[in-house]
Design a binder for this molecule. Sequence first.
Ligand code: ATP
Ligand code: MG
Length: 495
Amino acid sequence: MSEYILELQHIVKKYPGVLALNDVSLKIKKGQILGLIGENGAGKSTLIKTCSGAVIPTSGKIIVNGKEFTHMSPQLARENGIAIIYQEFNNIKGLSAAENLFLGNPIRKGIVIDKKAMEEEAEKAFEQLNIKIDPKELCGNLSVGYQQMIEIAKAIRLDAKVLIMDEPSAPLTSKEVESMMQVCELLKSQGVAIIYISHRLEEIFRLSSEIVVLRDGEYIDTLKTEESNVDELIQLMVGRQLKESYPKKPKNIISDEIILKLEDVCGNGDRHVNLEVRKGEVLGIAGLVGAGRTELAQMIFGAVKKDSGKIYFNNKEINPKCPKDAIELGIALVPEDRKRHGAILHNSINHNINMPIYDHFSKFSKINEKIEKDTTNKQIKELLVKTPSINQLVKNLSGGNQQKVILGKWLAANSQLIILDEPTRGIDVGAKFEIYKIINTLVEKGKTVILISSEMEELIGMSDRIIVFSEGCITGELQKDEFSQNAIMGLAANC
Ligand SMILES: Nc1ncnc2c1ncn2[C@@H]1O[C@H](COP(=O)(O)OP(=O)(O)OP(=O)(O)O)[C@@H](O)[C@H]1O
Ligand SMILES: [Mg+2]
């Protein structure tokens, strides 16, 4: 019997116009955590989906516990102890934690579903993972972190021997990431093998013993984590050396003109926000998840109604009732939850990128196809979107590349004020740098950027000024010479 619990051998996956995987192999032992890294579109998700039957390989072998398969199916995966936690969880918001845990497989007493027994079992299952979730609580009321824990508990209940996690930390708060990583370590000690995909290398370093690197659908290398370092990994992923993390900023481009002013703006609750943003400025907004930053952005964009207070844009009071109003005024918001609010997945890249600007160049409802194509090509080039053509459907792009399309759509809209809510979440290192360069280009052109981010390093690297939010109000403001992670954390924690 092989010492490996799962082996992927020479996996090839071809899509029309895309060679998503070209002879990729990896293997993992019982009780091992294997990191899987690569840039957006490298093939990570496609590779692991071959293990669940969600993707049928064009060729290659999948060997589970010595048994050979040419492809899997969801049932075969389950029978062979393979579970995948995708980024979009499958749980049902209107059911309780316990009901979700037993979804499709409830405990019955005769023909009746035994709710009490399920709740007791759920309690035990959560305890086993050292997590406190009330089994009776509706899933929709639980944080994303807890919803993910339910998915992990479900996998364990189905006796998963191999747990595959595709960017598990992306939607979580830093505290939730910590508990999730602890659960991974616990499962490892119980002999579960874990394949862990992440763009955050510090997580990969903490958890894994070996790291597999993919680039453009090719297998590049497997490294021992202990013997590797961040620079080496980045170089293997992008195929070149990235020297700086943040592009240099042109100086003295902030004008004295106030482009946006908030006066006692109040959403739900009694906190008032007062704020001024100058033309050409990159204003960073820091704060813990749930501090009210996204809500504020949505109020400026007209997506959420403000209760009271005044918003001035270019010295005129504005009252956007919906995003369309804000877009017409020259305000753009790249939302945090891009899957839900950002793209029409079943449409082409070309259509998505041009969506907010059709009004600008369509005369008598005839679309000028040349301008349309040029706009799309420019964004694809600047954001390094990996796609065989501008007509590719957005749903066929990798997660990170979908995000780039949404970003491109707002950049093409030629707005004066661009609010970016967590713009680099799920984006690989090379493309991050490109996004930072775009932020600089925007302000160079006299545009203004509000950058909401949970990555303090990014805020410090990119902002001209940082304001910190806590529980719906501004708890402090930092000028460039005062920037530090400690200063931000200190302000984020009090109110
Ligand atoms: N159904 C599909 N049809 C066509 N191309 C596809 C399809 N699914 C994936 N691809 C392509 O395969 C390549 C690999 O995508 P994959 O989602 O595996 O990347 P990834 O490494 O997971 O990237 P990310 O970090 O952005 O999530 C991409 O170029 C993607 O556009
Ligand atoms: Mg992916």
